[in-house]
Design a protein. Sequence first.
Length: 278
Amino acid sequence: MPELPEVEVTRLGIAPHLLGCMITAVKVIDGRLRWPVSRNLPKILQNQKVHSIERRGKYLLVELDLGYLLLHLGMTGTLRVLPSSEPLKLHDRVTFEFGKLSLRLHDPRKFGAVLWHPKTKGPIERNSLLQKLGTEPFSPEFVGELGANILYQCSRGRSIAVKQFLLAGQAVVGVGNIYCSESLFEAGIHPVKPAGKLTRPQCALLANAVRLILKKAIDAGGSSLKDFVNSNGDPGHFMVQTKVYDRKDQPCKVCKTPIKQIVQGQRSTYFCPQCQKR
């Protein structure tokens, strides 16, 4: 499932091609996504100009003249910029035409989203899908002691495991399953430790680890397990850098202890029992 690094890699890939360009046509090939694509969308977007492409959590926010496109890649979605003459492929769902270029949402499992937020409904931050999201890990609000304080305050009284606490995204967004395991290893925190028992120093270590791991993942082009490719069709390479994720029984890269795998919330968690003691 594309997480924050993959969405950011996508944003960085498509923005140079589309900023300042005008949408000349929208083709809804199959609008049966997580939420049905509005039938009026092609008419609404016709001749609107792209002013910015930002990211909030796992949503891409494309600012146009009259509002914002909210794009979500779902479980298996990708966005690619291709020549408009390129033939459509199976599982292409929506295309946004920019003259000779086409931005195409390819989504085999149809869990992605293409939504419209008109400026008449207020700032995009008021959109109900964005309001409950946690702090952005690369925002000034999450740097240094500020990030540590956010994790500490949000975790007080929580008996949920710290791995699940991070995945929930209510304190900080974008720490998907792979990045949870890697961040907790980097911070030396056991994944089953109750979030409410994190100390302030541990929260500081964890906040720094989250930023470090997500930055490394973005620099590596994200993680490609099955479906993800960037806007050029290239896979991400973060998986070759992981220290614990998907390395069950392999020696820890720090202490040589075999990496362990457990299941939390139906998702695999990997950790080193020596470096991440309970």
